[in-house]
Design a protein around this ligand. Structure first.
Ligand SMILES: Cc1cc2nc3c(=O)[nH]c(=O)nc-3n(C[C@H](O)[C@H](O)[C@H](O)COP(=O)(O)OP(=O)(O)OC[C@H]3O[C@@H](n4cnc5c(N)ncnc54)[C@H](O)[C@@H]3O)c2cc1C
Length: 484
């Protein structure tokens, strides 16, 4: 512990966001980098509390007090080594994770938590700047081959671990580019895509082979994969979206969030001049108050929407931790994301009853009603119905599980009771040699969980292929059922 009084003498300071009126003119990342000097002081707030609850708050088991101390002392090289021991991609989690480690930080019991996420982010960015992120190619090859299907954070983490263990790994992705939701879902203003490309370059140098534009189950069959590879990792995500089949759904202008966001990203990168779903000058309503909804909001603001309203069926969360969600749990509190700082027109405790068309098949308005939670369900409040104008609606109401695609049938893997791909405590599906990692097995979740699962599944695959493994696993078979 470098600074025994740091948590008492230094207030928590998070990085600044670029001014709203400037940043909504472009698609670049919202946050300004914090100086190393600031960061070291912030790292000095870690009180090395003896039982670091942040370790267990983090699905990856990041060794947080250790790298906080190293950063405080200015040892950037050792700090990134400690960080990489548990996390393949700190540049993704440092930008995008909701940081359950911080809500479990012991300082946070009666003061502001340590800025763990920010320290993680700068540690990896300094390492890239200083050319300290080197490829770690294996010293010898095992002769075993693995196909990873899906190139989101789970597939990438599994592929990197297995490549480093000496297996020959190919990552198949049906989209044109590698990255999964990191590339197509998460907007540029949350993470610029060159950040993904930079890590892919390291992986390629290590020997991972990328095969984008290959839809497994269509372009290559399950049988072909089975006969070519010794093991398969299914990391196909949980992208089956939830719809809202109410009157008027057929009107034009109603899209799923994931029909809108990928175009926004391509527009941001200059890959297309204008998005085919362009909300400039239009009234937008977003159904769903979560992260995906906030991403639609930031994208709509940058396209120049006339208005954006975000509707949420749940009541407004409290500003402070509810007593039912005490420290160190991750609480449901009222949060203001960067997109909400740009335009916050959230309406809570409402549901949509009807999409109203203009008579020519185009959406014109929404009929909404206030709701009350009674007898275990949301009930409409009589007399509270009203119409709000809407040229576009984005449905951001979550995902129901992995898509029921051809590959699932061909590989004959089973499903669990929640519709995800079933797997045992070793991440193996109902079929021998086929493993499951990330959202495909746990349902739509978080990047940090996807990386943790990719690492754990890789350890299981390695053990399956060669009988033992040196790969670390953040999720041991005995504890997996406890970590949901
Ligand atoms: C809009 C949005 C914003 C989000 N923001 C955040 C955030 O800020 N922070 C956070 O922690 N989490 C966020 N999440 C959740 C997070 O992105 C996911 O939990 C994570 O990406 C899951 O990783 P994965 O590797 O399991 O799957 P995915 O990232 O979904 O990747 C699966 C990949 O498999 C590919 N695939 C599927 N079937 C096939 C096939 N048959 N052949 C070849 N390829 C196939 C898909 O094309 C896809 O690229 C967000 C999710 C969404 C939708």
């Amino acid at each position: 512990m470098a600074d025994p009084k740091g948590f008492m003498t230094t207030p928590r300071e998070t990085p600044k966001r670029r001014p709203v009126d400037v940043r909504i003119q472009d698609w670049r990342e919202v946050y300004e980098p914090q100086s190393m000097e600031h960061l070291q002081k912030q790292a000095g707030r870690c009180m090395d509390c003896g039982i670091p609850f942040c370790h267990s708050g983090c699905p990856l088991g990041n060794l947080i007090p250790e790298w906080n101390d190293l950063i405080f002392r200015g040892d950037k090289v050792e700090a990134i080594d400690r960080l990489h021991v548990t996390n393949n991609f700190p540049e993704f989690t440092g930008r995008l994770c909701p940081a359950p480690c911080e809500t479990a930080c012991v300082v946070g019991i009666n003061r502001d938590a340590v800025t763990i996420k920010q320290i993680e982010l700068r540690t990896i960015e300094e390492a890239f700047d200083d050319n300290n992120v080197k490829p770690l190619a294996p010293e010898r090859l095992t002769g075993k081959t693995v196909a990873v299907i899906g190139s989101g954070p789970a597939g990438l983490a599994a592929a990197q671990q297995l490549t480093r263990a000496g297996h020959t790994v190919a990552v198949y992705e049906r989209a044109e580019k590698i990255g999964g939701l990191l590339r197509y879902g998460i907007p540029e203003f949350k993470m610029e895509k060159h950040i993904v490309d930079r890590r892919l370059a390291q992986m390629e140098q290590e020997g991972t082979r990328f095969r984008p534009g290959v839809d497994i189950g269509v372009d290559l069959t399950g049988a072909q994969l089975r006969s070519t590879y010794d093991a398969i990792v299914l990391a196909i995500g949980a992208t089956q979206w939830r719809d809202l089949p109410i009157p008027g759904r057929e009107n034009k202008g109603i899209y799923q969030a994931m029909e809108f966001l990928p175009w926004g990203n391509m527009q941001a990168l200059g890959e297309i001049k204008e998005s085919p779903i362009n909300v400039a000058g239009k009234h937008v309503v977003i159904l769903g108050g979560g992260d995906t909804g906030a991403d639609c909001l930031g994208t709509s603001v940058r396209q120049g929407a006339a208005s954006v309203t975000q509707l949420e069926i749940m009541p407004r969360p409290t500003d402070e931790r509810p007593s039912s969600q005490p420290w160190p749990t991750y609480p449901m509190i009222y949060r203001v994301s960067s997109a909400h700082e740009e335009l916050d027109n959230r309406v809570f405790s409402v549901s949509t009853q009807e999409f109203i068309g203009d008579g020519n098949g185009n959406l014109k308005a929404l009929k909404i009603v206030e709701t009350k939670f009674e007898n275990g369900k949301f009930e409409p409040v009589p007399g509270s119905e009203k119409e709000i104008p809407a040229d576009f609606v984005f449905l951001a109401m979550g995902f129901t599980g992995p898509e029921k695609s051809a590959i699932i049938e061909q590989l004959e893997v089973g499903h669990d009771e929640r519709g995800n791909i079933a797997r045992d405590e070793n991440f193996q599906s109902t079929e021998e040699g086929i493993f499951v990692a990330g959202d495909a097995g746990r349902g739509q979740s978080l990047i940090v969980w996807a990386i943790a699962e990719g690492r754990a599944a890789a350890a299981a695959v390695d053990r399956y292929l060669v009988g033992e493994t040196q790969l670390p696993s953040p999720i041991e078979p005995t504890t997996r059922s406890l970590m949901v």
